[in-house]
Design a protein around this ligand. Structure first.
Ligand code: MSP
Length: 640
């Protein structure tokens, strides 16, 4: 069976990760898990793009050196992915030594082959895009992306002879119709290639930019950031001699959004061709997420933080929403209302209720033991359920292979509805009333559990946590087996006689933006909460939080606020801290109290007061108690 290699774009470290980055990376993870389920050996690459002007400027704004800055932001990306249950195989950074070596090697190869030449160039340069624009590309003399008037720059640079490969590329795209997919993006590339291709400037003089990889044939220049970045896809595999490169490169699937179509569909294949490296298999291009119908942007203030959503709704629900809502290739709109609506209707109602009601019946009628299916009753009361399961698995597989994730989920949900109807029609509660129908009851509930087994496997790539929890509660011991596509198309794998664990609510309904359990009778929110509290921060991260003992020197109410108090605390030095404890503590009770604070939190303004830290409390709102120490301690004593 063919191996499978999936890549995401490597993200610029000039901004924090947001919904758009999360989408591409979740898609890659879903595909990776799905192909593993199909029995393929897989490799999943993501990482960060750390060179170029943009990064230097962002670092400057933060008052940091590029080196320190890229470490910080790259870590934000790296730390986010496990929160979203993204299991990549390798995280590449373009500032790594191994990557730079590959860039130098490929540059030298193309230079030696005569496809890189030195020339003087004068043109309109956009600093935002880090590239020259031709007159034709500008809109009313302005950069189409940044809407700024580019500066005219004259400099000598190295150029990559892309023009030489134009006809070859057109022919390749025409011969392999799915080289770039979906078709709308292939058409876009072909339309672009109808105009003469301009050679690509692949260097930046060090007088203008030092933050990059030095050209191996001229140390006065660094490599253009795109030429450097694209090569990550092979450097990560240990090009040219690494085993992973030999095994995985020929199967590569790139995943990007439409914003970076041109570098991937034009520069990259030509670079590979010029360097004598086989081309990638497919370029898979998705659309853009807009937020509340507007483009996500810092200035509008509508940038969606995936971590926030995960914290409130859980990683499974976040992944489900992204996969269900967007049609791959088209733009989509994000809104929290739509998110909550999908959560409640698809996850809490359809899937969650089916799961709860089924297990409730197994516990009620069979003391939680998986019943034996009775021969002879099976065909009478199958009602096509088995055929539906096979169809669901087939439709799902086809949709996943076509990147139609919404359709794959629709296939699962159609089957969920069938099981729900099956229960309504067979009415196990009626069967349970008569001893003579005991055998039918057994068969019905066995079939329902079997249907749930298939569902628990099919949802695995999209919702790995819910899949695992379902499988545990269905008594399926070896998660491995039940996440194999081949097992999901076979009916009858559930083993009778197994005692099932206690029921739980898979997705507690969301009321007003907070997760709450809908059905008190069967809810076990504790377990659900634990499921979300994955132990995944390292000691290194934890140690960055500077927890100190502080003595309260002074406290006063914050005008116009019911909840906030302004405290002055002694933590070795005096800090002002605004704390939301006014409803629980009187000002006079606080003076002299020793509390615990986070001392290195970035200062932030609350009600116009600069707060230099955070006081730790247990609980919030109605029942909030200050965390204290068990005996007098010197102010500023660190907690270890
Ligand atoms: N560093 C380059 C990519 C180099 S790859 C060799 C880059 N970085 S980026 O940080 O700007 O990331 C762009 C990618 O982020 C998009 O192609 C897409 O994968 C993701 N997205 C960023 N915003 C997005 C949306 N609003 N919607 C969907 N995905 C988006 O370009």
């Amino acid at each position: 069976m063919n191996p499978y290699y999936i890549t995401t774009p490597i993200y610029y470290v000039n901004a924090r990760p947001h919904l758009g980055h999360a989408y591409s990376t979740v898609v890659a993870d879903v595909l990776n898990r799905f192909h593993r389920m199909c029995g393929q050996e897989t490799y999943f690459l993501t990482g960060t793009d750390e060179h170029g002007d943009k990064v230097v400027r962002a670092a400057k704004e933060e008052g940091l050196s590029p080196l320190v800055y890229v470490d910080q932001i790259s870590e934000l990306f790296r730390n986010l992915w496990p929160e979203l249950d993204i299991e990549y195989d390798y995280f590449i950074r373009t500032t790594s030594h191994a990557h730079a070596k590959v860039v130098e090697e490929v540059l030298q190869k193309i230079y030696d082959a005569g496809d890189i030449y030195f020339s003087e160039y004068e043109g309109a340069y956009c600093f935002g895009c880090e590239r020259f624009y031709t007159e034709r590309e500008l809109v009313d003399g302005r950069c189409p992306d940044h809407k700024t008037i580019p500066e005219v720059i004259k400099e000598s640079n190295y150029f990559f002879r892309m023009s030489r490969y134009q006809d070859w590329l057109v022919e390749h795209i025409e011969t392999f119709p799915d080289f770039v997919r979906p078709e709308r993006y292939r058409n876009e590339v072909l339309a672009f290639l109808r105009e003469p291709l301009v050679d690509l400037c692949i260097s930046r003089p060090k007088t203008r930019l030092q933050w990059g990889i030095t050209l191996p044939f001229d140390n006065q220049y660094v490599t253009y950031v795109w030429f450097d970045a694209l090569l990550n896809y092979i450097s990560a595999l240990g090009y040219p001699d690494g085993e992973p490169f030999k095994k995985f490169w020929p199967t590569v699937q790139h995943l990007i959004a439409k914003d970076i179509l041109k570098p991937h569909a034009i520069y990259w294949p030509i670079m590979l061709k010029a360097a004598g490296i086989p081309l990638y298999r497919n370029l898979n291009v998705h659309g853009y997420w807009n937020v509340d119908a507007a483009k996500m942007s810092k200035s509008i203030g509508n940038v969606v933080d995936p971590l926030e959503l995960k914290k409130i709704y859980g990683s499974d629900a976040f992944r489900y929403f992204l996969m269900r809502e967007m049609v791959f290739g088209l733009d989509s709109n994000f809104s929290e209302e739509a998110f909550i609506h999908r959560f409640n209707s698809d996850l809490a109602n359809d899937l969650g209720n089916l799961f709860s009601r089924s297990l409730t019946m197994v516990h009620k009628y069979f003391k939680g033991i998986v019943p034996q299916k009775e021969a002879g009753t099976e065909s009478d009361i199958d009602f096509g359920l088995r055929a539906d399961a096979e169809k669901a698995a087939q439709d799902y597989r086809k949709a996943m292979e076509d990147l139609a994730f919404n359709k794959a989920l629709m296939a699962i949900w159609e089957f969920i509805n069938h099981i729900n109807k099956y229960i309504d029609v067979t009415a196990p509660w009626e069967l349970a009333k008569r001893k003579s129908q005991q055998r039918q009851l057994q068969t019905v509930l066995y079939n329902v559990l079997e249907g749930l087994r298939v569902i628990s496997g099919l949802i695995y790539p999209i919702m790995p946590q819910a899949s695992r929890v379902m499988q545990e509660h269905l008594g399926l011991k070896s998660a491995e087996t039940f996440q194999k596509m081949e097992d999901l198309s076979v009916w009858g794998k559930t083993k009778p006689g197994i005692k099932l664990p206690k029921r739980l609510t898979l997705f507690p309904r969301i009321e007003q933006g907070r997760a709450q359990s809908a059905n008190q009778e069967i809810a076990e929110p504790k377990e659900v909460r634990l499921m979300r509290m994955k132990p995944d921060i390292t000691m290194e991260i934890f140690q960055k939080i500077d927890l100190r003992v502080a003595t309260v020197l002074h406290a006063e109410a914050v005008p116009r606020s019911k909840k906030l108090l302004k405290l002055k605390v002694d933590v070795g030095e005096v800090h002002t801290i605004v704390a939301g404890i006014a409803e629980n503590y009187e000002v006079e009770d606080l003076i002299g109290k020793q509390v615990v604070i986070v001392a290195n939190l970035k200062p932030t303004k609350l009600m116009g007061i600069l707060s230099q830290g955070m006081v730790l409390t247990a609980g919030d709102k109605g029942n909030c108690r200050l965390v204290t120490v068990d005996g007098p301690s010197d102010p500023g004593t660190p907690l270890t």
